[in-house]
Design a protein around this ligand. Structure first.
Ligand code: SF4
Length: 244
């Protein structure tokens, strides 16, 4: 059974949540004209946002972090998005020389040796490319939802990130069922891994399928303590001293 059959169900006031997400995106696009980007992880939530941006012809650029460690199924979504919506997807990659040096020093899978090495890998492959993606921009859009984990239980519709930019989270109040109801209704392309019990998808070595009853993000950095399980992409202004 696929993700749509398993999860797609409209909750009460689904239409209102869609309308609110569109309103957040419209006002974000007009307040930050020419300086706003959707940082898409290519996960289900981000595919909903990309569809909303394209459907409403909003001037919000699309960009992703190609860490060099993504699943083939995730990478395959990029040309699917470009041909479906006729919009380019920027790919921000790590500096190859730094990656080679890091791998030479610590091996291909240093993330399992210590949290420090895992964070160093995330810094090199995600945070630095993200900084380049956001360098000339004043705002970004993400698919964060409150329901995703305890760490995200209070995600607001907009906030300041650690660098003072505005980060918009239009799906903050959406449920997982809402996400899949939207995908089913609009025939939105999505990552094939979602049909294999991967609700949250990151880099290949750091993502596994989850079992029935497991937490939504249980398949991400599963060998680490719950509080450490963020890569640093979503550090807010108020807690930038202690990234989750
Ligand atoms: S998620 Fe894993 S592979 Fe990807 S950048 Fe972080 S540590 Fe490296």
């Amino acid at each position: 059974m696929g993700a749509i059959q398993l999860y797609a169900r409209a909750g009460a006031q689904f239409d209102e949540r869609v309308a609110h997400a569109v309103a957040v995106l419209q006002s974000a696009a007009s307040e930050h004209a020419g300086a706003i980007v959707q940082a898409t992880s290519l996960g289900a939530e981000d595919m909903v946002l990309t569809d909303l941006i394209a459907r409403h012809q909003l001037p919000i650029a699309l960009a992703t972090l190609d860490t060099g460690k993504l699943h083939a199924q995730t990478l395959a979504l990029i040309p699917r998005i470009e041909s479906r919506y006729g919009l380019p997807v920027e790919r921000h990659v790590p500096v190859q020389e730094q990656v080679l040096q890091f791998v030479r020093q610590y091996g291909e899978e240093p993330m399992f040796r210590s949290i420090e090495l895992r964070k160093a890998c995330c810094d090199l492959r995600k945070l630095q490319p993200l900084a380049r993606m956001l360098a000339a921009r004043s705002a970004w859009v993400t698919g964060l939802r409150r329901e995703q984990s305890a760490n995200r239980g209070e995600v607001p519709f907009h906030e300041r990130d650690g660098a003072g930019r505005i980060k918009f989270n239009p799906l903050a109040d959406w449920s997982w069922n809402d996400v899949w109801h939207y995908i089913a209704t609009h025939d939105v392309p999505y990552n094939d891994l979602h049909d294999q019990f991967f609700p949250s998808i990151g880099c290949e070595p750091c993502t596994r399928a989850i079992a029935v009853g497991e937490d939504f993000r249980a398949g991400r950095w599963w060998w680490e303590d719950e509080k450490a399980k963020e890569c640093g992409l979503h550090v807010a202004k108020s807690n930038e001293e202690s990234p989750a």
